[in-house]
Every structure is written in structure tokens, then in C-alpha cells.
Design a binder for this molecule. Structure first.
Ligand code: APR
Length: 235
């Protein structure tokens, strides 16, 4: 295995599955128990902000208790021991398991569960407590304008300039635990491939994006990623 200089690690809900967190599209997935159009669109938030706040406040309780699994920890090991490379974690997940595992250079492109943003002044409130229509923005003191800092469908992803730069530079692209059906994240592998990266997918099954991956490593990421990292570190 060659030595890489810039590693782009894209993660999805599957990397957190072995931490006990539901994915979105599996049989017991989040989107099977709640309709996207009721909790993950701007229209839903305008229509019934209290219902949307309740959904994320409940999810926040669960995510706050979750602990990282060997897949998250393998990324920390790689960032610590794989010398001379820039290794970035671009996650679609709103949980903080990458942070809890000690990962660095994390970009939450779909937002993060313990943040709310003030629609009046843009202030980001970081809290594991409930946020609702009564919450007063600590910055502008306006009440009832706080929104979960989650990127709703149809909204722009966060950190896209940094992601674009990282994609053009990367020589190794790892996709871990994502179904590859939500764009633009699902197209990142095409860009990485176009700019010459080696691309590897870690999933329980082959996904529709399979065409763009040089290698597909099947199995639970908690097992397959630590083994892959050990191979990389042998270099
Ligand atoms: N190891 C590896 N992969 C796994 C594991 C595991 N232990 N468990 C599940 N997976 C895989 C599934 O096979 C599936 O392909 O993880 C993927 C999870 O897919 P989704 O539930 O669609 O989650 P994700 O790809 O992260 O969704 C992307 O969609 O709804 C939006 O904003 C939401 O960020 C989310 C985005």
C-alpha cells in the first residue's frame, strides 16, 4: 500500500451504528419513524417549530449518551500515527462521536446536534440542553428565533469551500457507513476520483455509488476500519 499525503474521510450514519445509534434508511431507521418533511425541511420548521424542536431535543438526549466505537477510534489512531499526512473527517452525522473519539479536523457538513443558530443574528448557541420556541438568543436577546443547527433538505451544506479544496487535494478517499443517496455528499467520491484519488468504500453492502470506488470493504466498520488502518500504518 502506498504512502498517502491527503486523506479525505467521509462518514455517514453507519459509522455510528455500532455505537447504538439508528441510521436513517434502515428498517428501524430515523426516517421510518418520522417523515423527513415533518422534521428536516425549512417548511416543517416554519409550519411547526415546536414539533421540530421536540424531535431534535429528543435526539440530542440519545446522542449525548452515545459513545464512540472502534471505527471512530481507528480514525484517531490514524491521525496520530500516520505521519506526514493531512487527514480530514467530513461527516454527514450530527452526532459528536468523532469528537468524543478524539478525531481532529472534523467538518459537520449537515450540522451538529448540540448547536442552535439564531435566525435573527446568526449566533451559534452550543448546548446539550433543550432549545425551543421560548429560547432567548444570548447574543441579540431575541426570543423564539433559535433553530437547530442542522442542515435541512434543500439548505446549503456547511464548509463546502473547505470540502472542495480537500477533495481536489486528496489522494485517498474513504467513504464509511453512508448509503450514498443524498447529494451533494454522495457525489464527493466522483470528484475525488476525477482528481486522481484512490477510493475505498466501507459498508455492510455495495451501494449505488460503487462504480466510483476502487475497493469495497464489506462488513461492520468497527471491524473493517481498524484492520484497514493497521494495514496503512504498516507502510
Ligand atoms: N458498518 C458500516 N456500514 C454500516 C453499518 C456498519 N456497522 N451499519 C449500517 N451501515 C451502512 C448501511 O448499509 C447504509 O448504507 O450505513 C449506511 C447508512 O445509510 P443512511 O441510513 O442512508 O445514512 P447516511 O448515508 O448517513 O444518510 C445521509 O441523509 O437523511 C440524510 O442528513 C441525513 O446525513 C444523513 C444523510
Amino acid at each position: 500500500m502506498k504512502k498517502y499525503g491527503n486523506i479525505f474521510i467521509l462518514t455517514g450514519a453507519g459509522i455510528s451504528a455500532e455505537s447504538g445509534l439508528a441510521t436513517f434508511r434502515a428498517a428501524n431507521g430515523l426516517w421510518n419513524n418520522h417523515k423527513v418533511e415533518d422534521v428536516a425541511t425549512h417548511e416543517a420548521f416554519l409550519r411547526n417549530p415546536a414539533y421540530v424542536h421536540d424531535f431534535y431535543n429528543e435526539l440530542k438526549l440519545e446522542l449525548n449518551k452515545a459513545q464512540p466505537n472502534p471505527a471512530h477510534l481507528a480514525i484517531t489512531k490514524l491521525q496520530k500515527e500516520y505521519t506526514g499526512a493531512n487527514i480530514s473527517v467530513i461527516t454527514q452525522n450530527v452526532d459528536t462521536l468523532h469528537e468524543k473519539a478524539g478525531n481532529q479536523n472534523i467538518y459537520h457538513i449537515h450540522g451538529v446536534i448540540n448547536q442552535a443558530v439564531c435566525l435573527n443574528c446568526g449566533h451559534i448557541l452550543e448546548t446539550w440542553g433543550d432549545v425551543d420556541t421560548e429560547t432567548i438568543c444570548p447574543q441579540c436577546q431575541v426570543q423564539g428565533m433559535m433553530k437547530p443547527n442542522i442542515v435541512f433538505f434543500g439548505e446549503d451544506l456547511l464548509y463546502m469551500n473547505q470540502v472542495d479544496t480537500l477533495l481536489r487535494k486528496c489522494d485517498l478517499f474513504l467513504s464509511i457507513g453512508t448509503s450514498g443517496v443524498v447529494f451533494p455528499a454522495a457525489a464527493f467520491v466522483q470528484t475525488a476520483k476525477y482528481y486522481g484519488a484512490d477510493t475505498v468504500e466501507f459498508n455492510l453492502e455495495q451501494t449505488s455509488n460503487n462504480f466510483y470506488f476502487d475497493k469495497h470493504i464489506t462488513g461492520p466498520a468497527g471491524t473493517t476500519l481498524p484492520a484497514f488502518v493497521d494495514e496503512l500504518l504498516k507502510k
